[in-house]
Design a protein around this ligand. Structure first.
Ligand SMILES: Nc1ncnc2c1ncn2[C@@H]1O[C@H](COP(=O)(O)OP(=O)(O)O)[C@@H](O)[C@H]1O
Ligand SMILES: [Mg+2]
Length: 268
């Protein structure tokens, strides 16, 4: 926030219409206020990276977009439809247009790769011959067509992430949400995921929202970045806007430095 209470917006071209809109979102857990009047638009066809320290509410924000959490106050729109007031049945329909790769996006260990990816297809009543075509198509996209009969336990961490991503996109979603997709991967495997995020955006024209701590990854995939702090957006803009920011919170985050308050916690 600037002194007059508005969010700083720099380096931004006027973009296409938003596909997701969060309006004055508030959400607490017990006495802990996590989202405190979050206002963000996500433009169709763009990749927005969401930055911020652990615990600042990034995953909570994503869960509001898919309707897994409901706000205490405020509105969530997907394509001008209110998500936060939908019934579970309406949510199932809306979620069929969203792919999500959550941090804990575990594959089913007892199922092979084909069966894992078939899971959402069965849920949506897609016939078996059509399923096989979609499974092969999506495995080709993530470069793992040879693993169609493999069990998850025989795959590396990076391969498992790519299978989870294949499962997330098999219904051709319009929106893909990635929650820390490169966490726990070595830099090379992380970069394969970054390249996939870029490729999916280019080939499928999807809208992507990517939550990450990984700055190299953030700057590589982002059309635009936003940074959350204390449940609000404190900076929104392109890579240059972030690197040139004089906001001390942003500067410390980019340099990986602890604040005086954080250091005070270990000073005795
Ligand atoms: N279901 C929940 N119940 C209670 N507290 C939660 C729940 N989900 C998230 N929180 C709290 O909300 C805060 C933000 O969490 P989260 O969005 O997961 O952070 P991050 O930015 O690291 O993704 C944390 O303090 C977390 O403990
Ligand atoms: Mg998180």
């Amino acid at each position: 926030m600037t002194l007059d209470g508005t969010t700083t917006r720099t380096g931004q071209e006027p973009g296409p219409d938003p596909i997701v809109r969060l309006v004055n979102l508030h959400r607490s857990f017990g006495t802990k206020e996590v989202l405190r009047g979050l206002d963000v638009d996500f433009a169709e066809g763009r990749t927005t990276v969401v930055l911020g320290p652990s615990g600042c509410g990034k995953s909570v924000m994503l869960k509001h977009i898919v309707g897994l959490l409901r706000p205490d106050f405020g509105e969530v729109y997907f394509d001008d439809r209110r998500i936060d007031t939908m019934s579970e049945r309406e949510l199932v329909q809306a979620r069929s247009q969203m792919g999500f790769l959550f941090q804990q996006s575990a594959l089913f260990d007892s199922m092979n790769v084909r069966q894992n990816i078939a899971f959402p297809l069965r849920e949506h009543g897609i016939a078996q011959d059509k399923r096989e075509i979609l499974i092969r198509d999506v495995l080709a996209k993530v470069g793992l067509i040879d693993q169609v009969d493999s069990m998850p336990a025989s795959l590396s961490g990076g391969q498992r992430k790519r299978i989870a991503l294949a499962r997330a996109i098999v219904l051709s979603p319009r929106l893909i949400l990635y929650d820390e997709p490169t966490t726990g991967l070595d830099p090379i495997r992380a970069d394969v995921i970054n390249e996939l995020i870029l490729k999916l955006q280019q080939t499928l024209s999807v809208t992507s929202i990517v939550v990450t701590h990984d700055l190299a990854s953030a700057f590589k995939v982002a059309d635009r970045l936003i940074m959350l702090h204390e449940g609000q957006v404190i900076l929104e803009g392109d890579e240059r806007a972030f690197k040139q920011s004089t906001n001390p919170i942003v500067m410390r985050f980019l340099r990986g430095e602890a604040s005086p308050e954080e250091l005070a916690e270990i000073s005795n």
